[in-house]
Design a protein around this ligand. Structure first.
Ligand SMILES: [Zn+2]
Length: 301
C-alpha cells in the first residue's frame, strides 16, 4: 500500500447516483491497538474487521463525540468493543475464553465464523455527544454470520438507508469499504446495483494492499466519482486517573483496604492502552473520605 494511505480514511461521492462511500485503512494504529495483547489469529481477524467498521461508521458523526460498537455473546468471544471518535481517534479490546476457542477451532475449523464464536448475543451501537453527554443506543440481535452482516442489518433498520460494508483484516493491516444509498432523486436507476456489484468483486488482499485511489480506480474507473481529501486515523485512549478513581469507588473501602494490606497498593491496568494507574494507602484514604466527590460520574471507563 502507498504509505500516504496508511491510517487514513477517504470519503467519496457518486454525485449522479446519490451514493456516498468511504475507504479506510489502518496499519500503525492497528498494530498499536494489539501491542498490549497476545490475540490469537482468529480474534485478531474479527477484532480488526470491527476496527475498520467502527472507523467507517464514525465518519457520519456530525458533532464532537464517539461511536462505540460492542459485540457480546455467550460463546468463545465474550466481548469485542471498539470506540471511535468523530476525529477518528480509535481504541478497542477483545475478550475471549481460550479453552472454548480451542475447542471450536478443533471441531469445526471451517466454520469459525464470527457468529459461531460469539454464540447468542447482541450488537450494541452507542453514539455519545461529548459536550451534552447525550447518548443514543441501538441494540440488535446478531443476525447473519459476519460483522458486515450485523452492521448492514442494523443500518437498514435504524437509518432506513441501504448500506454495504466490506471488511478485511490481518495482523498488520485492516481495511474497509462502505457504500450507502442516500435519499433523493436518482437519474440512473441501476446505479446502486452496479456500484455495489462492482464493490463485491473486491478481494481482501486488495482492501489490505491497495491504496484508496487504486481501489477506486480498479472498481469505478468508468463511473463519475468525486474523492475528498483523506483524514488521518490515530490511536486514542481516553483513560485518565480520574476515571479509574471513579471506577475504584465501585468497590468498598474495606475491600480496597484489604487489597492494600495484601499487595501494598492497588494497581489498575487500562485494558485498551496498557497504562498502569497505582493507588497507595493515602490515595485510597482520599478517595473514600466523606468530602471526596466523584469528579465525573457520567463517564464510564
Ligand atoms: Zn487507556
Amino acid at each position: 500500500m502507498e504509505t500516504e494511505d496508511k491510517d487514513k480514511i477517504y470519503r467519496f461521492l457518486f454525485d449522479k447516483a446519490n451514493i456516498r462511500g468511504e475507504i479506510a485503512s489502518l496499519s500503525d494504529v492497528w498494530q498499536t491497538m494489539q501491542s498490549n495483547h497476545d490475540y490469537p489469529k482468529i480474534i485478531r481477524q474479527y477484532l480488526g474487521e470491527m476496527v475498520a467498521a467502527s472507523v467507517l461508521l464514525s465518519a457520519t458523526l456530525k458533532f464532537e463525540g464517539s461511536l462505540t460498537i460492542q459485540a457480546s455473546g455467550d460463546g468463545a468471544i465474550t466481548l469485542m468493543v471498539i470506540e471511535c471518535r468523530n476525529d477518528f481517534g480509535v481504541r478497542g479490546v477483545a475478550k475471549y475464553q481460550q479453552p472454548l476457542l480451542d475447542e471450536i477451532l478443533n471441531e469445526q475449523p471451517d466454520e469459525s465464523e464470527l457468529k459461531v464464536l460469539l454464540g447468542d448475543g447482541t450488537l450494541i451501537i452507542t453514539i455519545e455527544q461529548s459536550k451534552t453527554k447525550e447518548r443514543y443506543q441501538g441494540i440488535v440481535a446478531l443476525e447473519g454470520n459476519s460483522m458486515s452482516d450485523f452492521l448492514e442489518g442494523y443500518l437498514e433498520r435504524s437509518e432506513q438507508l441501504e448500506t454495504r460494508i466490506f471488511l478485511a483484516s490481518d495482523e498488520n493491516t485492516v481495511g474497509g469499504l462502505l457504500l450507502q444509498q442516500l435519499p433523493g432523486q436518482i437519474e440512473d436507476d441501476d446505479s446502486w446495483e452496479r456500484v455495489t456489484h462492482l464493490a463485491s468483486t473486491i478481494k481482501s488482499e486488495e482492501l489490505l494492499g491497495l491504496g484508496a485511489k487504486e481501489i477506486l480506480h480498479r472498481l469505478y474507473h468508468e463511473e463519475d466519482v468525486r474523492v475528498f481529501d483523506p483524514e488521518p486515523i490515530y490511536f486514542k485512549c481516553s483513560c485518565t486517573r480520574d476515571k479509574v478513581t471513579n471506577m475504584l469507588r465501585s468497590i468498598s473501602h474495606d475491600e480496597a483496604s484489604a487489597i492494600i494490606k495484601e499487595q501494598g497498593n492497588i494497581s489498575v491496568d487500562c485494558e485498551f492502552c496498557g497504562e498502569t494507574y497505582q493507588f497507595d494507602e493515602i490515595d485510597i484514604a482520599g478517595i473514600y473520605s466523606k468530602n471526596s466527590q466523584p469528579s465525573d460520574l457520567s463517564t464510564k471507563h
